[in-house]
Design a protein around this ligand. Sequence first.
Ligand code: CP
Length: 309
Amino acid sequence: MAKFNHKDLLGMQQLSVEDIRHILDTAESFKEISTRDIKKVPTLRGKSVVNFFYEPSTRTKTSFEMAAKRLSADTVSLSASGSSMVKGETLIDTARNLQAMNPDLIVLRHSSSGAPHLLAKEVEAGIINAGDGINEHPTQALLDLFTIREKKGRIKGMKIAIIGDISHSRVARSNIIGLIKMGAEVTVSGPPTMIPMDIDKLGVRVVHDPVEAVKEEDVVMLLRIQLERQNKVLFPGLREYASFFGLSGEVMKGAKDDVIVMHPGPMNRGVEITSDVADGPYSVILDQVTNGVAVRMAVLYLLIGGSKE
Ligand code: CP
């Protein structure tokens, strides 16, 4: 049986091809549990997971909580506004105090890139990066890889266009690293001001015009404009962005008949994607959310319940 020898999940960078395959295969076996009448197995009974979210989240926070509960782990949720951080306590002190209560895992979302890496060195509990600044969002990339494999049968050789604010997107970064590792061909698209100058060093193709970028692709992945992470506005206005870089039914006319459209959420309808595409026949956006629970069950299980060497 394959081993998963990691204390933490900090990024796609640290995972080997075998690790990624092991997580996806484990998620596949867990997915069925969420379709049962009684959606619970005793796999992580007696383990405890702290969900520590410094930034807002709908999908990731709920999904980790459901994943832990479906595996019978005890869960506690903490937000920045509800913690003693508002009284001036530092991140490290907060983490040390959480550690004093002996959790098995801390799931951390933070606006600063590298915050989970810092905590991983400070505490004995495993740390899962649930999104750190503009750095990585590994479980989002894993659920995206799972969805591509589920819908297309494989990842290797698949052509994937990622369109939007590549510079500020931790989802884009984690997906590019994971997809390239698994043998996919990645194209990035969007305004030149939102694509890093040296992105080609990651092994991706750059095509600024989305009409050109979606042709011949098996998967089109949209990203939200991360206005909260931009120091200055990098485009004239939302209307201009939508008309030049938004994915509309018109742009999709140039795509393959069996293309799938993905979006990590939250979506800005009418900006990066029109409603006819978001809710249309190519969209697998809600399948991504469903798969997120299975993938997070797999990650929790492999970090604190699976076999290690
Ligand atoms: N995709 C994602 O991370 O969504 P949330 O911000 O709602 O968790």
